[in-house]
Write a protein that binds this ligand. Structure first.
Ligand SMILES: [Fe+2]
Ligand SMILES: [Fe+2]
Length: 198
């Protein structure tokens, strides 16, 4: 385990004593252990790496979805959002700059799972009238994930006093919400009707 300690160790030997030692000499040096030294700045930076990974993954996935879509409107919606997503990646790079960090991506298991599901739909519903309905559902799952992340990041940026980051995150959040609304309209109109009529 590494936590069991023999008596006579100096404080630099390993993890700090969790309870106050009995030995007087040790008592002078002993400090209660901190729960974690990580703070909201670290959380903001970690989540930024996560969404940076997600946006890059989405950027690679959208052309495949546009290619697979049967409806011209859905194809156009995916193509438009691909262009916006390029901007989202660029804005995140600016947010990294705001906090003085180098843009780094950290694997986001959630977006990997959501995009894997989308790939499965493309595969299993190829040539089916329900394909577009499936693509819409997958795309909306992506947008909802992004809306959740950008909403949180925006709040944290405001709490941390990162005004420039708030503005950048807000711009992207607005575009994610608009895209979600467009997809909802498409889902309520032609795409699902076509799937039902088949
Ligand atoms: Fe995005
Ligand atoms: Fe998006």
């Amino acid at each position: 385990m590494g936590w069991e300690r023999e008596s006579g160790h100096s404080v630099n030997d390993g993890p700090p004593e969790l309870t106050r030692p009995n030995n007087r000499q040790e008592q002078k040096k002993w400090r209660p252990p901190k729960a974690s030294s990580k703070n909201l700045n670290d959380l903001f930076h970690d989540t930024l790496k996560d969404i940076y990974f997600a946006e890059k993954k989405i950027l690679a996935t959208l052309p495949k979805m546009a290619k697979a879509a049967q409806s011209a409107d859905l194809k156009a919606a995916f193509e438009k959002h691909r262009g916006q997503t390029e901007e989202h990646v660029a804005r995140l790079q600016e947010v990294f700059e705001v906090i003085g960090k180098k843009p780094t991506a950290k694997t986001c298991a959630a977006i990997v799972g959501i995009t894997d599901e989308g790939a499965e739909i493309m595969e299993e519903y190829k040539g089916s009238p329900a394909l577009d309905a499936g693509l819409l559902a997958a795309a909306q799952a992506v947008e909802h994930y992004e809306i959740s992340r950008y909403g949180t990041m925006r709040t944290w940026a405001a709490e941390l006093g990162l005004t420039e980051a708030v503005n950048l995150l807000d711009l992207t959040l607005g575009e994610e919400k608009d895209t979600d609304a467009t997809l909802t309209e498409l889902a309520e109109s032609a795409v699902n009707v076509a799937a039902e009529a088949a």
